[in-house]
Design a protein around this ligand. Structure first.
Ligand code: ADP
Ligand code: MG
Length: 620
């Protein structure tokens, strides 16, 4: 007897189930594939109906082209597609689907029923695929178009089912999926039903103009957004971008209202996200995010959509060109609202400003950039500071940080003439003379003029203090007299609660409060009386982005820096002289305070001798 070869080709049904693991890892992914098929079929109406978490029943109906009888069972075979036929096509894709994997994958892990009728045909045809077994097509009644019914999803892959999140999370994912697809296709009427109730219905946009899209958008992004929006409409080098971004004055605590599309595909793409973030970089505080709905189109040949099984990621042949294009388009749209001051003629004088604080030397306590700085690394900017070779003074606890927060927001600056310059002018950051624009502290040092960005500086101090406390026994907590109830989405509540223990180490006590809220019982003492709702909303964003589900440890610096930003005195807060001086002293005594958490300098200094040069008192 000849021995059997060890290697064999897997049977089709097994191969399909393996593919299903990638293509349809959860009910929302099934919904995505089926709606995309309806869009590709040229439908002008799509109805999505889902029961419970989607494993029980998903039904998608469309009025698109339909599928011919002889193609019906073919469509259920792997790599069966009507959308491409050659490698050339693969690099020039105009449809959402092309891999021919969705239907066979879904059919291998559910009971899949497809009913379809094409134009000019008398009858509709129906085919059932149950766990991969395809029955013969039978005639039935239906208008032109296709209905795909998926029942008992994952009935034969219990492991997959076990990996699903709670019903409410899955439901929310499904809703998000339909929302994004509906936003991407204003030309299509969408009806979305959950458990027999209509969740939303979107009529076809009335025209192809940007404004015609707004009524559809308003429902998702909020009326406030449509009142605080700037249209983006720009074309260059064969690329185009259309959509809306929020005014710099309108922003939210997370980035989940950034809907980005490439060639009609909802994507979470680093290039686009980075370009959007970069465009607002000097207009939004850390932790605040723009709201955006942007449709970017690039020539299909410049985009590889075949890099991810569910096509959630794409690759550009020239990502920096796309970055530049999107960045420019948004900056242009925002230009009239930008707060950027144009370059003044005194450029040479500005060039004389230096980072006022010595940069720590090699091996000094960390002032490593937190991870969000790395995240923004796609932005073509680098922090403009001039390192100098001096050592920092020994570390001392920045004792004043807390008091600064405790001071009432309305504190009034002492009159200028009371400022005393004697005491501190020999210190590196000098003696506070005044606060300008409620944002900068101007100080006089023996050898020059110092300007400090109060928010950036304080944020860094709080952050460093956080790290010190963390390194000891965890961040000091301060119990709230009355727990603060913060309403969140169900998924956010889950994300937070999954890290209850870790958050406690960060000084936050959070516990469940129904499905839609958390009760916050304690906050980090160092933050003083902080706006709990804002803090939690910001943190949730970070927590959701955590890579590891088991520990906050690795991402701790990021979380701390988010919290630090929160507890820090804002630009716009009036400071008393004593507060300003205390801030300057704390900075001198805190290693790593020369840069804010974003890598920008916290203070700059113009040497007296350079001022003299500027005024012609001294030769060049
Ligand atoms: P792909 O979309 O990658 O081509 P699918 O497995 O999703 O692969 O679908 C296989 C084929 O079935 C499609 O290429 C298309 O011809 C046909 N099809 C699927 N859904 C529909 C639909 N709703 N209307 C018309 N044709 C459809
Ligand atoms: Mg498809």
């Amino acid at each position: 007897m000849t021995s059997m070869s060890k290697i064999h080709i897997l049977p089709d049904d097994l191969a399909n189930r393996i593919a299903a693991g990638e293509v349809v890892e959860r009910p929302a992914a099934v919904v995505k594939e089926l709606v995309e098929n309806a869009v590709d079929a040229g439908a002008s109406q799509i109805q999505v109906s889902v029961e419970e978490d989607g494993t029980k029943r998903i039904e998608i109906s469309d009025n698109g082209s339909g599928i011919e009888k002889r193609d019906l069972s073919l469509a259920l075979h792997r790599h069966a597609t009507s959308k491409i036929s050659s490698t050339d096509d693969l690099f020039n894709i105009h449809t959402l689907g092309f891999r021919g994997e969705a239907l066979p994958s879904i059919g291998s892990v559910s009971k899949l029923t497809i009913t379809s009728r094409i134009e000019g045909e008398d009858s509709a045809w129906q085919v059932v695929c149950h766990g991969g077994d395809i029955a013969d097509a039978v005639p039935t009644a239906r208008e032109q178009g296709t209905t795909v019914l998926v029942e008992n999803l994952f009935f034969n892959t219990p492991a997959r089912k076990k990996f699903l999140k709670t019903a409410r999370t899955e439901k929310e994912q499904v809703k998000e999926t339909v929302t994004k697809l509906a936003l991407a296709h204003p030309e299509i009427e969408f009806v979305f039903m959950q458990d027999g109730r209509e969740t939303f219905r979107l009529n076809q946009a009335q025209g192809a103009l940007l404004e015609d899209m707004l009524p559809r958008v308003a429902g998702f992004l909020g009326r406030e957004f449509s009142e605080n929006t700037v249209p983006v409409d720009f074309e260059r080098d064969g690329m185009s971008i259309k959509g809306f971004v929020s005014l710099p004055t309108y922003h939210i605590g997370n980035n989940r209202k950034q809907f980005l599309f490439i060639n009609g595909r909802p994507v979470s793409d680093r290039v686009l996200v980075g370009a959007l973030k970069g465009a607002y970089h000097d207009m939004l505080h850390h932790g605040r995010h723009a709201v955006a709905l942007l449709f970017v189109n690039v020539p299909p040949g410049d985009l590889d959509v075949n890099v991810h099984p569910t096509k959630a990621e794409v690759r550009f042949s020239n990502s920096s060109a796309v970055y530049g294009f999107v960045h420019t388009a948004i900056r242009r749209a925002l230009a009239p609202y930008s707060t950027t001051v144009s370059t003044t003629p005194a450029e040479e004088a500005l060039a004389k400003f230096q980072n006022a604080m010595p940069m720590p030397q090699h091996g000094q306590p960390s002032m490593q950039s937190p991870s969000f700085v790395r995240e923004g690394a796609s932005a073509p900017y680098s922090a403009p500071y001039v390192p100098r070779d001096q050592s920092v003074q020994p570390a001392r606890q920045a004792a004043f940080i807390h008091n600064l927060n405790a001071t009432p927001q309305m504190s009034v600056a002492e009159p200028l003439q009371q400022a005393s310059t004697e005491d501190f002018s020999s210190y590196p950051l000098g003696a506070a003379v005044a606060q300008v624009h409620k944002t900068y502290i101007v100080a006089q040092a023996d050898d020059g003029l110092v300007v400090v960005d109060q928010h950036a500086a304080h944020e860094r101090l709080v952050y460093e203090k956080f790290k010190t406390q963390m390194a000891e026994q965890g961040v000091e907590r301060q119990a709230l007299l009355v727990p603060d109830i913060v309403t969140l989405s169900e998924a956010d509540v889950e994300a937070l609660l999954a890290h209850e223990k870790g958050l406690e180490k960060l000084g936050l006590e959070v516990e469940a409060f129904g499905v839609n809220a958390v009760s916050v019982r304690a906050t980090p003492a160092i933050l003083g009386s902080v706006n709990v709702k804002d803090l939690i909303e910001n943190l949730v964003e970070d927590v959701r982005n955590l890579k590891s589900t088991t520990s906050l440890q690795e991402d701790m610096e990021h979380l701390l820096s988010t919290m630090a930003c929160h507890g820090s005195i804002r630009a716009g807060r009036v400071l008393a002289h004593s507060e300003m001086n205390q801030l300057l002293r704390d900075m001198e005594n805190t290693p790593g305070s020369a840069q804010c958490n974003h890598g920008r300098p916290t203070s700059i200094k113009l040497q007296l001798k350079d001022i003299e040069k500027l005024f012609g008192r001294r030769g060049y």
